[in-house]
Design a protein. Structure first.
Lengths: 203, 203
DNA sequence: CTCTAATATTAACAGCGTTAAGTAAAACAA
DNA sequence: TTGTTTTACTTAACGCTGTTAATATTAGAG
């Protein structure tokens, strides 16, 4: 690509292009292989150019995570509106979807939940207005509804949400870092885990 | 320290010294700050010297993990012999101990369970005769006893073990990577999580 | 005292994220 | 059209990283 064509672009468009290339790269090759220099090579620009559109590596990775959290959040709301009858079943489906999302996007899940640098502290998260915050509240509401409807025990809501999210975190961590578990086995484990928990919380 | 004193040491002894310094360094400053070059500086040797006693960085970190897994494994056996009456209570205590161990040694737990390079695949783990394998079998036996005694449902043993270990993984992941959660809160969450699971599996 | 084997070091390679300084082209002003 | 400013990008560099090859130093054996 010549210099001329490289130039005639709008800032926003180019930012999206970089993000797209980064997403592709990151999803397919994972956190370990991802580097700014290699990304630069892929998009055929010098490494420093990326810094004109993203503050730093974390900023770029954050953008990738937010994209996917956006998709997740949207789907989560769909689940909540489609299955409004039984709050426990809604919560169950939401949890299974979270797990499935993690199993299908392990690199993003890893980045979002198993990395400190990208998402920082809870305060920074709130300040940045991250999507992650939205989904947390969504789960909190779902749990609250289950308790209000009298179907689950009156355990502290935040503690209960934590335990449920923790179950998902653990599953993904084990799948990512543990031995190469066949995906259908993860599915069975996910089901068993969620059901055991929800039975355990049943009134 | 002069060059002379540096020399007059037995290989094994020096290896243990390096390991000790590495453990200290790693525990207190964590994975991110740990580097071979900084460790070398701390023990007042050149970076390459470490490579005469450890194959590479992962090999050194693996040794640190095995140390701590050794302690954990020993304590786990103590729990099993001290509380042999009620298999479910034994399992419960073992799980809580695993979680507590993780909360108190987050850096090692992270290294062991949330890192691919150090512990590798399950096959490599078995080949290396890792302590991790022992503790897995210990949990499997405990779960089997609970089922045999008729106190827990007849869920597939390996699936059940996975879900229980997963719960621990998730808790530690959330504590390590999530917002700075006060430790006593993690304790409550751990209790709630374990009890909900065991109730859920109750016959 | 010399030779060998063990032990430790220096120098180097290839990679990383990131910043400062420099260049070339486009946009704008006169 | 000419001159100037702004924008977009690159090159060079800093200070890190893990690791290897080649080299120096030393201890102990003969």
């Amino acid at each position: 690509m010549g210099v001329k064509e490289k130039r005639a672009r709008y800032k926003e468009e180019f930012r999206r292009d970089i993000l797209g290339a980064a997403r592709e790269f990151f999803i397919h090759e994972g956190y370990e292989k991802f580097s700014m220099r290699r990304l630069a090579e892929k998009i055929d620009y010098s490494p420093t150019t990326i810094y004109l559109y993203f503050k730093n590596k974390d900023d770029l990775l954050f953008a990738i995570c937010e994209e996917f959290f956006g998709h997740f959040s949207a789907q989560l709301n769909r689940i909540r509106t489609v299955l409004p009858r039984d709050p426990v079943e809604t919560l169950r489906q939401a949890l299974l979807y979270l797990m499935n999302f993690g199993l299908e996007n392990p690199n993003q899940y890893k980045l979002i939940f198993f990395t400190k640098s990208v998402y920082g502290t809870r305060e920074e998260l709130v300040e940045r207005g991250s999507m992650a915050r939205n989904t947390y509240f969504a789960f909190k509401e779902m749990v609250q509804e289950c308790i209000n409807s009298g179907k689950l025990r009156e355990v502290d809501v935040e503690v209960m949400v934590d335990t449920l999210v923790i179950a998902s975190h653990g599953l993904i961590a084990k799948t990512i870092y543990g031995a190469a578990v066949p995906k259908d086995r993860s599915g069975i484990v996910a089901l068993t885990l969620v059901d055991a928990l929800l039975i355990g919380y049943r009134k």
